[in-house]
Design a protein around this ligand. Structure first.
Ligand SMILES: Cc1ncc(COP(=O)(O)O)c(C=O)c1O
Length: 378
């Protein structure tokens, strides 16, 4: 095999229909967050998820913040979340002076629900479950826990569009769910996100909170003759140009997912017989969107050597989160419940392989051969 040009870790998908929509947005001369494409995207999300309400946001981070703003999260409150996650899962909590409580993950890399139950106190306001790599958490159990203790469930579904728990799409279970459409995700618009509200109690407040605390949305519908300050709020709308781009991606979403799944399956076929590594662990209730393909090596040292070896072969394979409980800000702002043995162990041994819409199966075979070659060389 001849050495490849640099094989990137990610390339955002472009379907070819995005420019037509952007041109329509320009022709409409309506570029703020109240236009045709925002409405189309929200309608698409509501239909796909069966949601009460959804709104595009500038990011998944903003969507998480908006959820906590709506539940009046305040100092003294706690939100239980995994330590193995992106910083936003925790910064959205600390922004309101509340405390993230870090809980270990299980072998699926998702929060361990046995430990979650032990971590619940009278201060717990919400549990935020991250569907890591698009792998579903056990949503039946999580929703039951929320009901049993009267606490809100937030799905950090940043990586999970087009993934399912059983037959139901992720993002349709929590009181709130947040998606990311950052260029590293399956469905993209550069920077962007969406907040999904599945708890009807918050719907009216959502349209005020997202629009700087005003009843401007009612004004735009002609229900009031002027708009005014009504509640807490911030600026959580996404402009029309990224929304126009995003609609193309929603509409082509099945195509993107199908292609990613082919790549994911090919990696699995190629690598499942390599005895020195484990392939990511998928519970039977989880139907994947192929957001990430990761392998787990026998030690952190081997993971690092393999990543450097692949880098020399022009392949970018990357580890993932530095667990938040071990970070400077995590120690300062958070609290750790129990030990974080699985998190610390798996985070040090996990390696993500290149996976994107335009990745060819030949390239998947090439990466797989290089991984096999690394272990044969040992
Ligand atoms: C689990 C998780 N939550 C939140 C985010 C933040 O997403 P955004 O960049 O859209 O704010 C990410 C981004 O990678 C993520 O992986």
């Amino acid at each position: 095999m001849t050495k490849k040009e640099l094989l990137p870790f990610n390339i955002p998908p472009i379907l070819g229909t995005e420019l037509t929509n952007i041109q329509t947005a320009l022709t409409n001369r309506k570029l703020s967050g109240d236009g045709f494409f925002n409405k189309k995207c929200s309608d698409w999300l509501n239909k796909y998820l069966g949601a009460e309400y959804s709104t595009l946001t500038p990011s998944c981070t903003a969507a998480l913040e908006m959820a906590y703003l709506m539940m009046d999260l305040a100092p003294g409150d706690e939100v239980i979340l995994p330590s193995f996650t992106f910083t936003s899962t925790a910064t959205a909590v600390t922004l309101f002076g509340a405390t993230p409580v870090f809980v270990d993950v299980d072998k699926t890399m998702n929060i361990d629900l046995d430990i979650v139950e032990q971590a619940i106190t009278s201060k717990t306001k919400a549990i935020c479950a991250v569907h890591y790599a698009g792998t579903s958490c056990d949503m039946n159990r999580l929703v039951s826990l929320g009901k049993k203790y009267s606490i809100y469930i937030v799905e950090d579904a940043a990586q999970a569009i087009f993934s399912y728990f059983g037959n139901k799409p992720l993002g349709s279970f929590g009181d709130f769910a947040a998606f990311s459409f950052h260029e590293t995700k399956n469905i993209v618009c550069g920077e962007g996100g969406a907040l999904i509200v599945n708890n009807a109690k918050f719907v009216q407040r959502a349209e005020i909170v997202k629009d700087k605390g005003t009843n401007r949305q009612r004004f735009l519908r002609g229900e009031v003759d002027k708009y005014t300050w009504e509640d807490k709020g911030s600026s959580y709308l996404l402009g029309e140009i990224p929304a126009a781009f995003l609609l193309s991606q929603f509409e082509g979403g099945e195509r993107i997912t199908q292609k990613r799944l082919e790549v994911w399956q090919r990696y699995r076929q190629n690598l499942e017989s390599v005895s020195e590594i484990n392939i990511m662990n998928i519970p039977s209730y989880s139907k994947l969107n192929a957001h990430i393909f990761y392998i787990v090596t026998e030690s952190g040292a081997v993971r690092d050597q393999l990543a450097s070896y692949l880098r020399k072969e022009n392949i970018l394979a990357i580890s993932h989160y530095v667990p938040l409980h071990s970070s400077r800000a995590g120690k300062r702002f958070g609290r750790t419940h129990g030990d974080q043995k699985v998190t610390d162990d798996l985070a040090s041994r996990l390696l993500r392989l290149p996976l994107y819409y335009d990745l060819s199966l030949d390239d998947v075979d090439y990466v797989s051969e290089k991984i096999r070659g690394f272990f044969l060389r040992e």
